[in-house]
Design a protein. Structure first.
Length: 339
């Protein structure tokens, strides 16, 4: 058995849970990719069999590659699905906990003594830092594991949370400017480099995104819980509604993790985001129409609120689908090779 057939046979054994058609497509694509690499090496002076062995060695160990491809083309396990849903379930969980604490306080009178505003601000800042740190740790775990699909929303959340914390809570924006949001990721990269686990996961990141562009869309999708918190700023009594929106986003994440095709994954994210954002638009338009707070020069206009929210939705849709350009590039390259 040739080295190519042996390698593909080992890969096929690692892809056993994929549907037969998907498994055949993946193996056929890999065969063409390895043959192209071997041909390039042979043109450089290597013998035919040696060039194929070299191409296979550079491509990666069969088990490692098979695991990555299984993650790209297969359905996530329920454990992975839960990890991918956590960022979107935080708001509902906090609402339930907050309601329970409020109900308990009603009987125990735990907050008769009101805390000073500076103390509350400090607590809020520490809470944001704690969340950002927790997301960073989970993203670090995903980094070491080679950036599986469930890890991408945490990347979006880390960037969004650190932007808020550093810029607004700790007043370090003047020092670090817009580059501040990259500090946590750079720190994590430095730690990963010290542990000798930086470059191999980054290679898996590249392969995962190249084969499934919807992963980048999933990363953007992870920012939506924080985006909803921002658009609901200054709204009173919104917690139950925001919790419901979090559940909608979590269902979208669940459908994404359990889908096996890229277009299905992109569609689930698009539907989840559109449904949640549209529901938020309706709520905010009704809430602000005719309402005037002390900081407002004139009463709110629900129609203007709805228009601004819909424009923002259009921008989000464009950003969510922009990674599809990678998919078009990949298919173009495959067509050129086939020709």
């Amino acid at each position: 058995m040739s080295s190519l057939k042996s390698y593909l046979a080992r890969l096929e054994a690692c892809l056993g849970s994929l549907p037969l058609n998907a498994r055949r497509d993946v193996l056929e694509e890999l065969r063409g990719h390895l043959e192209d690499r071997a041909a390039a090496l042979q043109a450089g002076g290597l013998e035919k069999e040696v060039s194929m062995s070299e191409a296979i060695e550079r491509f990666g160990e069969a088990r490692e590659v098979g695991t990555a491809l299984q993650d790209v083309h297969g359905q996530g396990s329920w454990g992975e699905v839960l990890k991918g849903m956590v960022p979107f379930l935080l708001q509902p969980i906090f609402f339930i906990l907050g309601s329970a604490i409020a109900a308990l306080d009603k009987y125990l009178h735990l907050t008769d003594a009101v805390l000073p505003i500076p103390v509350l601000v400090a607590v809020a800042s520490l809470a944001l830092l704690a969340f950002s740190g927790a997301f960073l740790v989970v993203l670090g775990v995903g980094w070491v594991e080679g950036f599986p699909r469930w890890s991408y929303p945490y990347g979006g959340l880390v960037l969004a949370f650190t932007s808020l914390v550093v810029a607004d809570r700790l007043d370090l924006w003047i020092i670090f400017n817009r580059y501040a949001r990259w500090i946590p990721l750079l720190v994590m990269a430095a730690i990963a480099l010290l542990l000798g686990r930086l470059w191999r996961p980054l290679r898996s990141l590249y392969k995962g995104v190249w084969h499934d562009w919807s992963r980048l869309s999933f990363g953007l999708y992870g920012i939506l819980p924080l985006a909803l918190m921002i658009v609901f700023d200054e709204v009173h009594g919104e917690e139950p509604y925001v919790a419901v929106l979090g559940v909608i986003l979590a269902i979208g994440a669940l459908a994404y993790m359990r889908s096996s095709r890229t277009w299905q994954r992109a569609l689930t994210l698009l539907l989840g985001m559109t449904l949640a954002w549209t529901a938020a638009t309706v709520y905010l338009a009704i809430y602000w129409h005719g309402r005037q707070e002390f900081w407002m020069r004139q009463p709110g206009n629900g129609y203007e609120t709805a228009r601004g929210m819909l424009v923002a939705l259009g921008v989000l849709v464009v950003l969510l689908l922009a990674p599809a350009l990678l998919g078009l590039l990949r298919h173009s390259i495959q067509s050129i090779r086939a020709a």
